[in-house]
Structures are given as structure tokens and as C-alpha cells.
Write a new protein. Structure first.
Length: 348
């Protein structure tokens, strides 16, 4: 979509005004490029040439050359501006025919919704063609979390007598005790940890900052790692002095590196390898609610913009309560009609 002026304007708006990350803006661009290929192939088919709508050229994968070639024959900006509600519906049909998941279709529709909302604000269009399109209903998947015993087993795995082991323990302790995202953790600098105030300054999505409390016990683990780190930095001029969590070369860790390290400790602890660093964030939220924290507080701690995003964790805690209740109070047909002289809570 390099030939599209309005798409480039939109991507710049996301990155420099809305403060979206470059990766997020790139994902929006990929979705719009796919929609652009659909529009141009549709236009070419209507004029007697090119691919028919729904052909493989609109998938956006492995066909960038075809997309560019098509865009040179059709004014892509004109096509984007001219799109109406029927155009969007036709695109949704094609995505369904291509057997994209509901989640993927919902994401692509959200991209179009944001894009046309932007065009409407900039007076490029008179009405938003996506307004009348419903987002596909998706199955609600509850986030996975670890039990307290599993968390302890995982955190106790890294060796504390080596600098890399101390670092990895500090990483996992920080992720679990603050609930921060992995991308937020690797972005931490030395000055972001306030040992006296027992808080961490976190830079979240959209460059939004928040304060995350961190326990004194976790801070001791972080301090232990920093002592190792600072000793190594004295003998290595390549160490980045401002970065908190560094790799063996003294440079900022990547999110992928954190995932690889955690995979190693999951295997050592005998835990499911499908667990990810993000599972520690889910575990933090679930355990906070289990211990009586209110939803608004957990929302603030996680850095969620919407309370509805945090509410998914209430399903986990409710399910946990029901499991505990059912195990203590089996149903009549499951207990073979055994009478119990002691009343259950529901009988008072």
C-alpha cells in the first residue's frame, strides 16, 4: 500500500499521534494492504481483467508482487474512499470463504473501522461504511493461569548463584508480582525501579505510563541480580548502563529471549511447555481477585484501558469458587443420596 496516500497518513497518525508501537502500526498496514488487494482485484474483475474477488491474490501472503502490480493499474485511494457497506460485506464474505478464524476477521474489521473513522474525521468521506457491520461473535476463551504451587515451583527453578540464573529469577518474579506485560518488562531501565517507594515505573501500550507496586521480597531478588550485573558491567564496556534486564552481551533483552528462557525453566520444573510469560500476567490478575482485590484496582495494575478487558478474570475466579463449592457439597445424584446432618451454606 505504498502508493496509497491516505493509508500512509493513517499509519503516521497511529504511530505519531496515537502513539501506537511501530509493530502495531505495521499490523494495521498489513490488514489494509489485504483489503486494498481485494478492492483492486474486484475492480479489475469488473472491468474484464485481473483476478476475481476471493482469488488467492487477496490473501496478502506471498502475493505482494501481484498486489503492487494491481495497485499501479487502479487508483487505490479512489477505491478506498468509494467503498460502501456492501463492499465491506463482500470482503467479509471472502474472508469467511478463505476460512479465516472469527478472531482474525474481527481484527481485520476493527482495522477497517479505525481507518474509516479516521477518514471521516479528516473529511475524506461523508459516512463510515463499517458502521452497519457487526463484529463476528467469538467464543470466549478464558485465559490460562497457574496455581500458587506451580508458580512457586517455576520461580524456584533458576539458580541464584549465577548471574544469568539470578537475572532469570528476577525476570519471572517481576512479571508475576507486578502483572506487567513482557514488552513492558524488557523496556525497563535501571531508574524505573524505586527501591525506597517499592514501585516500578511502567511504560505501557500507547506510551502510557503507570506505577506498579512491587513487593520487598521481589526487590531483594532484583537487587541480587543487579549486584551480579554491575560487577560484569565494570569489566565490559559494551554493557548498556541504563537497561535493567540485559543479555549476556550487556544489551537489552528481547521479548523472544524472555520466552526462550522461560521455556527452559518450564521444562526443568516439569510444567506444561505451552505456558507463556503472559500466563504469569494472567496468574497475577487471577490471584489478586482470589485474594479479594476489587476489579478496578486490578484494571489499574494491569494497565487495561477498559474494565471489560479485566472482567474476563472474574470468570476464572467464579469458576474456581464453583469448583471448590461443588467439591465440598456434591449434588444429590452424585452423592448417592447420602444424608448429611450438617447443613450446607445454602440450607441456612
Amino acid at each position: 500500500m505504498e502508493d496509497s496516500v491516505i493509508v500512509n497518513e493513517f499509519l503516521n497518525y497511529l504511530q505519531y499521534e496515537k502513539r501506537f508501537s511501530g509493530h502495531t502500526a505495521k499490523c494495521y498496514g498489513v490488514d489494509l494492504a489485504q483489503f486494498g488487494v481485494f478492492l483492486t482485484s474486484r475492480s479489475e474483475a469488473g472491468s474484464g481483467g485481473g483476478d476475481a474477488p476471493g482469488s488467492d491474490s487477496m490473501t496478502g501472503s506471498g502475493s505482494s508482487g501481484a498486489a503492487v502490480a494491481t495497485e499501479t493499474r487502479v487508483d487505490i485511494d479512489r477505491e478506498l474512499v468509494a467503498a460502501d457497506v456492501n463492499t465491506i460485506r463482500s470482503y467479509m464474505v471472502v474472508l469467511n470463504e478463505k476460512q479465516y478464524s472469527k478472531a482474525t476477521i474481527a481484527r481485520k474489521l476493527a482495522t477497517l473501522r479505525s481507518f474509516y473513522k479516521f477518514l471521516l474525521k479528516r473529511n475524506r468521506i461523508s459516512s463510515n461504511p463499517v458502521v452497519g457491520i457487526r463484529t463476528p461473535k467469538q467464543e470466549k476463551k478464558l485465559p490460562r493461569f497457574l496455581e500458587y504451587e506451580e508458580i512457586k515451583r517455576l520461580l524456584d527453578t533458576p539458580p541464584m548463584d549465577t548471574w544469568l540464573g539470578a537475572r532469570d529469577r528476577a525476570i519471572m518474579e517481576t512479571l508475576y508480582s507486578t502483572g506487567m506485560r513482557v514488552s513492558e518488562l524488557v523496556a525497563l531501565n535501571m531508574e524505573d525501579v524505586d527501591f525506597l517507594g517499592e514501585v516500578v515505573h511502567v511504560r505501557g501500550k500507547g506510551k502510557k505510563e503507570r506505577i506498579a507496586p512491587i513487593s520487598s521480597s521481589v526487590l531483594r531478588v532484583v537487587q541480587h541480580y543487579m549486584e551480579f550485573r554491575n560487577k560484569r558491567a565494570q569489566n565490559n564496556g559494551n554493557f548498556d548502563s541504563k537497561v535493567l534486564f540485559v543479555n549476556k552481551h550487556g544489551r537489552r533483552l528481547s521479548t523472544r529471549s524472555v520466552r526462550r528462557k522461560m521455556d527452559k525453566y518450564l521444562k526443568m520444573a516439569g510444567l506444561d511447555p505451552a505456558i507463556s510469560p503472559h500466563t504469569l500476567r494472567h496468574s497475577f490478575a487471577t490471584h489478586m481477585l482470589n485474594r479479594g482485590a476489587d476489579l478496578r484496582s486490578v484494571q489499574e495494575l494491569l494497565g487495561h484501558q477498559s474494565l471489560s478487558t479485566t472482567q474476563v478474570y472474574t470468570h476464572l475466579t467464579t469458576r474456581k469458587l464453583k469448583d471448590v463449592y461443588d467439591s465440598a457439597h456434591p449434588r444429590e445424584d452424585e452423592s448417592n443420596h447420602v444424608q448429611n446432618d450438617e447443613p450446607s451454606p445454602g440450607q441456612w
